[in-house]
Design a protein around this ligand. Structure first.
Ligand code: VG1
Ligand code: CO
Length: 543
């Protein structure tokens, strides 16, 4: 087997976004595109000679080809060992678990997460650091810088390796260890949660539906929920991972997981429903007759986490991304612990978790997780909910109502305008930025602006700085409006508008979110002129 050094030239736009590099699958399938980015990772981390890496992906189209290529490149670059999930599969949280438990020198995860897959869909790749989390911006910037100058990559000429059975095999000088994608992750879950109690809950007749959306979580959910916890067969639906996710959009929200939400809000509803995304790091929670917004889920999990053995010691702090509602802040205040507000993207939670400043983190985009890993973790959130339900033995709707009565309700919605003209979206953001100075004190739609800024964040642990992380317009405690551009899209730009209104009065907490948020939505239009600037009458997706 010979090592080939292949001449290459930089590809445009290999800049990691909110969560790694994402592009259309066809872009990734261009000769040399994947290789150039992977070599840039290896070079930017100081080479991988003698090191051990974790490797896996969400199983989408091109996953297996990419895994074979990366293994041959790791061999050619002198790596000692790669732990790869069987069939090239590892959910994002499971990859983080393998990196941490096996103490590998970081890892590579192949996924475009909630973006559709297939030849006409999207693909993605990201590097995770040895702590198990997404590379911080200092590292992604170094990788990007390397993609600008790279002129060669190294690859072993060798036949493809069999990844269908566990065990160790050699690829040149590289030991490739094919591992069970579920085992290490499942072991961690057993240590955090009271499986006995959850088993008793299912044995009592509790019924749940878990929609794996034909993405990577299927095997994990089947093994844990149906296998170990005794949920009846059929609890997990769409449980077989497919390269194109069955043509669906593996984003667990009321739009793309509509069938599940309809079932839970319908007459034959089971007690509890949940769904996960392409790479298994997101979760959507629905009770019988009660959709739980991700921001509320974070707050409720934080308020009740002590009921699960893994968190019985209490929480050190809570962290939420800036656009996530302020519901978690009220829980932190009651618990007397800090609440950190970070930019969007899990990479900003890493330092807080490493330093023991935050125990639970979350994002409005259906991401929740804790210090057990350095990625958000869809099934973890589901198991924590189950553990809480097993202890409280109350319907989800009751838990939600009690939470709102105690803390107030934060009506919340996100409006996405997808694949809009990039220049127009940037123009909208620039115009908003120009308005900021004049906003405080101004009344719009009966709401008075108390603060308005272009969110910037200084990491309290390492002092690193992130700027232009979204426009934040605060109407005191009453409401909040956030505008930002997505960093995970692959076509044009996506504008996200985040709407929030606080209602402390239990008598007024049962309104339809759209009604409660109508003045905030009108304020957004008045301030940003979305219709005129983007030429869109309404958002593509409301979650
Ligand atoms: C989106 C979400 C963000 C999340 C990111 C990655 O980013 O808003 O909260 O961390 O996706 O999630 P953006 O830049 O498009 O708003 V995942 O599950 O797609 O890796
Ligand atoms: Co994801």
């Amino acid at each position: 087997m010979t090592i080939r050094t292949v001449r290459t030239a930089p590809f445009e736009g290999q800049k990691p976004g909110t969560s790694g590099l994402r592009a259309t699958t066809r872009t990734f399938m261009q000769p040399g595109y994947l290789e150039t980015f992977v070599q840039s990772i290896f070079d930017a981390v100081g080479g991988i000679g003698g090191r051990t890496l974790t490797l896996g992906g969400d199983g989408r189209f091109f996953n297996e080809r990419a895994i074979q290529t990366i293994l041959k490149m790791a061999a050619a670059n002198g790596a000692a060992r790669v732990l790869v999930g069987r069939d090239g599969l590892l959910s994002t949280p499971a990859a983080s678990a393998v990196i941490r438990e096996r103490r590998t020198d970081g890892g590579i995860i192949l996924s475009a997460s909630h973006n559709p897959g297939g030849a006409d869909g999207d693909f993605g790749i990201k590097y995770n650091i040895p702590a198990g989390g997404p590379a911080p911006e200092s590292v992604t910037e170094a990788i990007y810088a390397r993609t600008r100058t790279i002129d060669q990559y190294r690859i072993l000429e060798a036949p493809d390796l069999d990844l269908t059975t566990e065990g160790e095999r050699m690829l040149g000088g590289l030991a490739v260890e094919v591992v069970d994608p579920v085992a290490i992750y499942a072991g961690l879950m057993r240590r955090l949660f009271d499986f006995e109690a959850i088993r008793a809950l299912f044995a009592s007749g509790f019924r749940m539906r878990f929609d794996a959306m034909h993405a990577v979580t299927g095997p994990y959910a089947r093994a844990l929920l149906e296998g170990e916890l005794g949920a009846p067969a059929g609890t997990v639906v769409n449980g077989v991972p497919l390269p194109d996710f069955g043509g669906g959009h593996p984003d667990p929200n009321p739009v793309y997981a509509k069938a599940l939400v309809d079932e839970l809000l319908g007459p034959e509803a089971p007690d509890f429903g949940a769904a996960s995304d392409g790479d298994g790091d997101r979760n959507m929670i629905v009770g019988r007759g009660a959709y739980v917004t991700p921001s509320d889920s974070l707050a409720i999990l934080a308020a009740n986490a002590h009921l699960a053995p893994g968190y019985a010691r209490g929480l050190a702090g809570i962290a939420r991304s800036m656009p996530t509602s302020r519901a978690a802040d009220r829980v932190a205040a009651k618990l007397g612990i800090p609440c950190f507000e970070t930019p969007t993207g899990w990479k900003f939670f890493g330092t807080l978790l490493d330093a023991g400043k935050a125990t639970i983190c979350g994002e409005e985009s259906a991401g929740t997780g804790s210090d057990h890993l350095r990625e958000k973790d869809g099934l973890w959130a589901v198991l924590l909910w189950l553990d809480i339900l097993a202890v409280r033995r109350q319907p989800v709707a009751g838990i939600l109502a009690e939470h709102w009565a105690a803390y107030g309700r934060d009506y919340y919605s996100r409006h996405d305008y997808e694949a809009v003209d990039k220049a127009a979206a940037e123009g909208l953001m620039a115009a908003l930025r120009d308005l900021l100075g004049g906003l405080p004190g101004r009344a719009i739609e009966g709401l008075t602006v108390t603060a308005a800024d272009d969110f910037a964040y200084t990491d309290p642990v390492d002092g690193s700085r992130a700027e232009h992380q979204g426009i934040r317009i605060v109407f005191g405690e009453a409401a909040r409006l956030v505008f930002r551009l997505s960093g995970t899209g692959t076509a044009g730009a996506t504008l996200r508008v985040y709407l929030e209104r606080f209602e402390p009065d239990p008598a007024r907490q049962a309104e339809a979110p759209e009604t409660a948020l109508a003045p905030v939505a009108r304020a957004a239009e008045a301030l940003a002129g979305i219709r005129a600037r983007l030429g869109r009458e309404a958002p593509d997706v409301r979650t």
